[in-house]
Design a protein around this ligand. Sequence first.
Ligand code: PMP
Length: 397
Amino acid sequence: MFEHLQAYGGDPIFRLNEAFHADPRDRKVNLTIGLYYDEQGRLPLLDVARRAEEQWAAKGQPRGYLPIEGLASYRSAVQKLVFGADSKVLQEGRVATIQTLGGSGALKVGGDFLHEAYPNSEMWISDPAWDNHHSIFRGSGIPTHTYRYYDPATRGLDFTGLMEDISVLPEYSIVLLHPCCHNPTGADLSDEQWLQLIPVLQQRKLIPFLDMAYQGFGRSLDEDAFAVRAMVDAGLTFLLANSFSKNFSYYSERCGGLSVVCKSADEADRVLGQLKAVVRRIYSNPPSHGGQAIASVLSDESLLAEWAADVETMRQRIAAMRKHVHDRLKELAPQYDSSYFVKQQGMFCYTGLTKEQIQKLRDDFGVYVLESGRISVPGLNQSNVDYFAESLAAVVA
Ligand code: PMP
């Protein structure tokens, strides 16, 4: 019956990760997969999350279905986190928010919702992109294209190219944007650049879809949401996906949110109904375990402060590793411009290494970098960062 199907090629990132684990060398460094590791190279389980889970488990609650849209306390905590606790748009009831299966689930539900609301709209995604963006939205039936984003010459943002491409899109085109910590390049728009882009989105009647998977890993939880809040201030209608996979270290709990900012409370009610209709036909309702823990942490002032401090620790560790590589490279390869390590922000660094250099890093040094040249910075720690800088200096020499 299924003889005609092709074998699934697998995900290139997971494949490379497997190759790393199969590599018998003692000295090796894995910078492939986008996970936050601590200084000991472990995936953290945040103590504040563990305590919240234990407290909930101790209550011995039955496991009835959650509402289609998710836990009310979770949805409200998500709104305060992404829009700001005192946001006017929340007081006015103009945001429809649902609990989703991670950030990916938010993108999928948002894609299905948009394709139904605007069946002729197509989508523009940054070049380069997180590959799954194209797959998810095409899966929703939305044709996808790219807009210019990255300038290999500066290893930074091509803001002129981005503005030129976005300024000519047809009305009601969907534009996927990363508010912070762009995956894969680590190159972000500055606050001033957002303020230049927002009027263009508005004048051309475009539909922004913000994907915020790394809130707190760039500057701070609040500053990383600058674009979100600036769009609210400008009165835009837009979608926002957020994820707790990284900043709560809750990868397998599949916790995220989809928020749609609307013109009125009445519109938000109708949008919420349509989001529920989409969820109902895909997976009916979300799971409760991780969502319960997040809701109890985020709705308690002192637990929230503890979690925010944990996020800040993760953010600072990433920034410290970036600076360490930059400083070491300045000594080891002074002719090589390594400033991009500190100009880019968040988990990912786009090195611009050639295919040959990437191969040499793997073959000669056991340093695993994605084919695109992206490295996941939290794979570095005090015990391997010098080795990485030395290996990189050797291949760029
Ligand atoms: N968007 C971007 C840009 C991402 O990098 C990721 C995670 N790699 C996601 C969405 C998906 O997040 P989640 O794991 O929560 O589904």
